[in-house]
Every structure is written in structure tokens, then in C-alpha cells.
Design a protein. Structure first.
Length: 183
């Protein structure tokens, strides 16, 4: 019997926390772990089958991808600005917005691989570098996500209104057809 992705991901998160001294995040919407030194959040992904699924660039936090199993774990620290830059011109994993969710292949991030002994340092460095040099991206990403959600909401309402109008017309046509047949 195979284990579910979330169970394997949980083991990866536990391994990350043990190596780095990070804490489990109190709020998963902010990230999977909270670094002990800076308090910054980090997203942790297991690249099972060669890719890490549902990487969320909109969070503007480092994504740590783990490959391998047992004693052969490899760790990749992808900075928020790198992930945003790499996904922004593509489609998302489950929709149009690549900022919401994107599949990431660690083979495209070989330059981001770090030894286990440097994992905590590199994550903290990534958090600090983003805050010092790229924090303005957070506002732009947040604005983009608000605009996308507003457009989806507007479009959804327009489609529902159209469908409800069409359903009313269908009901009237059906009723009219029933009365004409009865005559």
C-alpha cells in the first residue's frame, strides 16, 4: 500500500524542522514551518516523482524542496524572488495564475542545492535577502492576487446571472409548450 502525498510531505517537514530547529507553523496558510531565528515562514515540498507540486509563489517565502529518501536526501532552497521570476510568465498548475500553484522540477534549480549542514543558514539568508531587496514584490503579488480573485468573482456572477436567465427562459418555454400541447 502506498502512502499518501500528505503523509510523505509531513515526514519531509519533520526532517526539515529537525535539521534546522524550525517550528511547525501555527498557520499553514503562511507556510509549513517557522524559522526559529528570524520567525520567517518557509514552504517545504517533497519532490516525489521528480517534481514538487503546488508551489505557491504568492506566499513570497522560500520554498525548500527535498528529493530522495532515507540517507540520500537532497535539499534545494528556492528564494521567493527566483520562484516568482521563474513562474510568472507561465500558466498555473491548476489554473491561469502561476502565482497560486505551480509544479517545480528541482532539476531546474541545481544551483539552489544546499548541503544539509547549510540548510538553516541558506533559508534564513533567503528570507533576509527578500526582505532587504525584494519586499516590494509582496505588494505587487498581493495586488495581482486581489485582481485575479475580483475578476473571477465578477465573471462567476456574470455567468450565474446568464445561466439563471437562461433557466428562466427554458422554464417559460417548457410551460408554454405544455399549455400548447394540452390544447
Amino acid at each position: 500500500m502506498s502512502k499518501g502525498i500528505s503523509k510523505l510531505g509531513t515526514k519531509t517537514e519533520q526532517a526539515f524542522r529537525k535539521i534546522t530547529g524550525a517550528f511547525k507553523s501555527d498557520d499553514k496558510t503562511l507556510g509549513d514551518a517557522k524559522m526559529a531565528r528570524s520567525g520567517g515562514h518557509v514552504e517545504i515540498k517533497l519532490a516525489e516523482g521528480g517534481t514538487a507540486n503546488q508551489c505557491r509563489a504568492y506566499k513570497c517565502i522560500p520554498h525548500v524542496i527535498c528529493t530522495g529518501d532515507g540517507d540520500t536526501l537532497r535539499w534545494f532552497v528556492i528564494s521567493p524572488e527566483r520562484l516568482i521570476s521563474d513562474v510568472i510568465s507561465k500558466r498555473g498548475q491548476h489554473g491561469e495564475s502561476p502565482l497560486e500553484t505551480k509544479t517545480v522540477n528541482p532539476k531546474n534549480y541545481l544551483d539552489c542545492e544546499v548541503p544539509e549542514s547549510d540548510l538553516e543558514f541558506e533559508v534564513e539568508r533567503s528570507i533576509q535577502n527578500f526582505e532587504n531587496n525584494y519586499s516590494h514584490l509582496r505588494e505587487l503579488v498581493d495586488k495581482s492576487m486581489r485582481n485575479i480573485r475580483a475578476e473571477v468573482s465578477r465573471s462567476r456572477a456574470e455567468i450565474i446571472e446568464h445561466l439563471e436567465g437562461a433557466a428562466s427562459n427554458d422554464a417559460r418555454d417548457f410551460t408554454r409548450g405544455q399549455s400548447e400541447t394540452a390544447v
